[in-house]
Each structure stands twice: as C-alpha cells, then as structure tokens.
Design a protein around this ligand. Sequence first.
Ligand SMILES: [Cu+2]
Length: 300
Amino acid sequence: MNRTAGQIGVVVVVALGLLISAGTLCWVSLGVANKPPEPALKVVEVAGPPAVLNRPEAPAAPAKAEDDKTGAWGNVKGQIVLDAAAAPERPPLSVSKDQNVCLAKGPLLSEDLIVNKTNLGVKNVFVWLMPVDTTKLLAVHPDLQKLKEMTVEVDQPCCMFVPHALCMRQGQVLVAKNPSVISHNFHYTGHPLTNPGANTIMPAGSDLKIPDLKADKYPIKMACDIHPWMSGWIRVFDHPYFALTDADGKYEIKNAPAGPCLIYTWQESIGWVEGDKKGTGIDVPAGKTLDRGVVKMKQP
Ligand SMILES: [Cu+2]
C-alpha cells in the first residue's frame, strides 16, 4: 500500500509540474503572459469617486445644459444703424378698403424699414444668440428658465399689426386680437414643416389663440388677405436670448451664458444684417457686458 501511495505521489507531482509548465508556455505563446485581464474594480474607479457616491447628504446638482461649463453669465448689447446719409421716408400704404376705419387715426405708413431721423438707428431688427454647436442648447440662466408670460399678443386696432415685429418663446401662446368693428383675416406662414401656418377669419371683436408655434430659424410672416398692406413678423425661440432693436436701433441681451456663441441679426427688408445664416462668432464675457458698438446695415 505504501509503495503504491508513493508511486501515486510521484505521478501527481510530475503531472502538476507538466501542467504548470504547459500553462506557462500557453500564456507566453498567446502573448498575454505579461498582460493579465483588467480587474473589474478598474471600471468602478472610473465610474465616479466613492467619496461623492457615499455622501447621501450631498445636494443634487442643478440641471445644466452641456455648454454651461462655468455657470457664469454676461450681457451683449449694440446698435444697428442704417448705412445712409439720411433716414429714408416711410412711404404711405395704399389703403384700398375700409378707409373709414383703417384711416381713422391718420395715414398708415410702411413699417418695412423704420429709421431714426436723428441717429439712423434701425427699429425692429431681430437679434438673437445661438450655440456654436447647433446640436446643443444654450444654457439658460435660472431666472430666465421659466416663462414669465404664457401669452404674447398681437393687436389689429386700425388695420396694422401691433406690434409689427415680435419675439416669443416656444411654449407661449400667440393671441391675435381684433378689437376693431371690421373683420380681419389672420394669415400666418412659417417654414412648411415647422410652422406651416393657417388662415383664419377674425370677426370684429374676436380673439384667436395659436398655441403650437415652434422655435425655428425661419421667421413667421403675418398678413391679412382682406387688407393686403397689413404685414408683420414673428420669430420663435427655444431660449430667452433674443431682442428687437428699439427706436434708436439699440438692443441688449442679458444673462447669456459666458463663452463663445453665435449672434444673428435679421431685418425684414434685407434679411441678414451682419454676417449670414451662419451667424457671427462672439465671446460673452463672464460678469460683464460685451458692447458690440455700432453695426451698419446696408440699404435695401
Ligand atoms: Cu385686415
């Protein structure tokens, strides 16, 4: 029994030796002897620092768009001025119908191009910001995230749209009003796929609610088929960083995300005022105002 056990012991030792040698040869021949598989723990380390994961009392981080790396905000302002020696006169509109109502407060003047006679500032230029990477959204300042007004109104008191140009945010409802004693036909048209528009008769004293306007780089045109001189423009944004120039051609956009972005300027009589549909690169300074000074707009 003892001899047999001894023989078995020798066989086991020899077999183990052969197995170890074969295993080593196998690792070496496969080229993996010096590259053991990555430990599963490595993945856990990459996923996040345990010190943070183990802090249940840590406050939740506020939701931020990807562009917001600093949490800082800045302002952008400027002025759009017509490149001309003098402000052009606004031609009177040809009011061919309902004169007793439409001309009750005097002649109607074209609003296609309204230029300040003193400083040549151009009114109603749309100015807005966009991210450099158009697949992302601009970070929005916490004070501006919630819509302050759920509706935006456009009035038609005397056969003109008031205001003639308006900006709104996606989610707001456009309310067209007709306080006059005659009918209008509210006809709005945007991009056929985004804001295809509609054409609705508005009897005297009626309102029309349009709740589904979408943010788009294409403007929406307002018109009235009954009074063909009526016109107006709407732009819809998915952020709050837009402005219309005032009677001096000035604009200011506040609390925009600091860092690089694109600025667009568009006026109905010439289209793009500065640059083109690709916009113009600017850098919004953290905690400061970028004054872009005067930008000259060519004449139509
Ligand atoms: Cu009308």
